[in-house]
Ligand binder design. Sequence first.
Ligand code: ADP
Length: 257
Amino acid sequence: LLISTVFIALGITSLTGWFLSGIAMQPIQLSYRQLERFTAHASHELRTPLAAILSNAQVGLLTPMEDSASKHLRLEKVAEVAKSMNTLIGNLLFLARRTGRLTPESLKEVDLRELLQQLLNSSSVKTAAKDLNLKSDLLKTPIMVRLDDELICLAVINLLSNACKYTPAGGVVELRLFRKYNQAIIEVEDNGIGIATTDLPHIFEQFYRVEQHQTNSVNGFGLGLAIAQQIIEAHNGHLSVKSELNKGSVFQIKLPL
Ligand code: ADP
């Protein structure tokens, strides 16, 4: 699965691929180093949750008399970890499909408030924010938006996971949802390391990573924001950022109602 997914995602037949086609199709050249880094990261990020699923399954098999409460906890863990794999595979497949366009079948009337609440309750978000203070301020009433719920979740998860990755332990990450005129606004704010003004114009480019993040230990492909932007623009929305170095960042999604 990994090899085929990565191969599809990278369009390995020719390393010059058209990624993220649709709205902002950009021809890109993949260097051998980029290919190597991408494959290594994808392998690592899929292997870790897979190991958790395997070990839970094995323990379950070795303890057939396990009480139903522990069995339930184990299955819950397996489901949550599988969801985090699903996010990464979602990102890879999004690249592989090479389209930022939505099909009418994928659009549903969804309560955005409930969707975000479910995201906040998921253990993949809780795990990412485990050393941080994760806050939320969501509209109190339902807000129905026509959207592809899986893709919107992917975009918001990419923003939330960045906020967590680039905020040192003890920091604050906040998810907000409100309505402004005929738009639903989602904001992800952190008080982390921030982004320099010289980097800001480039962070939505595919494979762009701020220089120091290419070499230090923060994992990433430089694709999360490019994918999030494609998804939001495919919904006729807009993704923007305000950031100050060493102070933090606010990413804002605007979706038409
Ligand atoms: P990555 O996989 O590297 O996180 P992204 O496309 O998600 O790729 O982000 C591109 C770059 O933008 C990151 O490498 C990081 O330098 C910067 N960045 C994104 N979100 C944040 C944030 N919340 N705080 C600081 N820097 C960020």
